[in-house]
Every structure is written in structure tokens, then in C-alpha cells.
Design a protein around this ligand. Sequence first.
Ligand SMILES: [Zn+2]
Length: 302
Amino acid sequence: MRVMGEIVSDELLEAVDSCIFCSATGLTRSGTLVQDVPPVCVLECSECRAEMVDQLPKREFLDKLYTGGNYVGFLDGSERLTSALARRLAAAMIEGCSPSATIRILDFGGGSGSLGRAVAAFFSDRGSHCRIAVVDIKSTGVGSGIEFFTPEDFDKCTETFDVILCSAVVEHLRDPGVRLRSLFNRLAEGGWIYVRSPQLGGLKRVRASWFRWPRHLSDFGPAFWQRFPSIFDWKIDVVWSRASRPETEWRTKPVSTVVAIALKAPCFLELGFRRLFRLNVACSYPLVGGWEFLGQKISDSR
Ligand SMILES: [Zn+2]
């Protein structure tokens, strides 16, 4: 279905000739058109199966988009959702950490750092000292006591982190493969990395505006997540690779929340069925709307 996206002039676009995740050159058109004038299509990588637009907005365009007054980081608007996600993350991670250790938390693309701070609160309750850093393109709203890096400053930083949060970020990046590799290099041995992103799959073929162009530049279906993190040769124990919880709240968006739960339910049933019968079959259901990954970096000595 053809749709009118946000009009972006020719000079704002750069053609994609290799996969922005794995650098493979085998890219095919998926048929989804996210913008009519000039035409911007969705490509699929034959190697990692990520989907991405065939033209990227220039860096200056995205900087302007995200430094605009209306943009806030994902989850920054909902304390309840932030707290619920932090609680689930902490419950999965905290058992593997010494209660007295210093925990270094990086909230990559984290806006105000609300998710990093919420995760830190659970570690602090267990007696850990936490240091939180945020990487983003603007420091407005970053909470006190949180170290802030621009992406350029972060490239010069050599520090490693025990927890890296990358929630609803990679789909906004022009160079997600480079960034994910860099983040994993900054993850301490035994450290945790959380990645959450949309998985719009067949939904965007029904209505291309659901691709959320030009904020979103890529999308990931079940075939991608089956290959993640081996795409990047990460030595990691996978803790979660599953449909993410709904991004809306029942009280503020009841219809959206019910639709999200209904679409995600088959995936949770499939994952539960696989767990029950110990089936090692990858999830193939394509309409979950979002996916989350949590892994723990394996130490070189293991
Ligand atoms: Zn690829």
C-alpha cells in the first residue's frame, strides 16, 4: 500500500548499498514504500534478514529531529512502564552479581536515563554501589548524578560496563551494526546487555506508516532475531529472546493495549509451549510488534 510519509527532500537522503547491520551487499526490496516523494522503500538483507530503508536521512536531519523540543526518550513519559521493565531486568540479572560490587550501568540512547536509574535502584537495594552513564545526542533532562556522553565523546571513552541498556534505540540509528559491536566491546565479562526494538513484521505491509519513518530506519522480523547475536559473533548466554511487553498502558490507551496483548499472545503461547516440551525451535510468529533480548557476556576463560 502506498502512503505519504514525511516529505524529505532529495538532499537529505543517502542511498544504502550494504546492510547497515552486517555490511552484506545482498539487499532485496520488500515491497513496502514508506514515502512517496521522493520514493523510499524497505530493503531486506539476505544475510541477517534485517529490514532497512533504501535511503538514510543525513546526520544533520536526524540531529535536528531529535534535538527538537518535542522529542523525549522512550519510556521517559511513563514511570510505571519504566519501573516494570527495570524490575524484570533486575530480577533476571541480580542473582549473578555480588551484592557489594560496584555496578556500572550504561543507558545507551537513554534520554533522561530513567531506565538506567530505575535498574540501579534495584541493585542499590541489594547493597551495590551504582554508577550510571547515558549516551544521547542532547543532555537536556538527564538526571543529576548521571554521567552524560555524546556519541562522539563515548567513542573516546574506554570504560567497560556491567549492564548495557539499549532500549528502543537501534531502529533509529544510521549505523546500528557499528554501534552494537562497539557496545559489546564495552561490556565487561559476565556483564549484561539488553536490546529492545520494534518487530513490525507483516503489520507495516498493511499500513506502511506503522514503519514510523523517518524516526525508524530499520525493522527486525523473526528471521533476524533467530540470527541475533550470532550476526555479530557475540560470545553470550541468551537469557531472553522474546516478544516485548506492550509499550502502552491500559489506563491511558486501552484499545492499543488490548490490540497489543492480542497480537503478542500467540508468541507468548508458542514460547511457553516450547519451554514446556523443551523444544529448541525458533519463534516464527511475525506480528508481535516488538522484541526484547537479554544476554550475559561469556568470559574468555569459560
Ligand atoms: Zn545484514
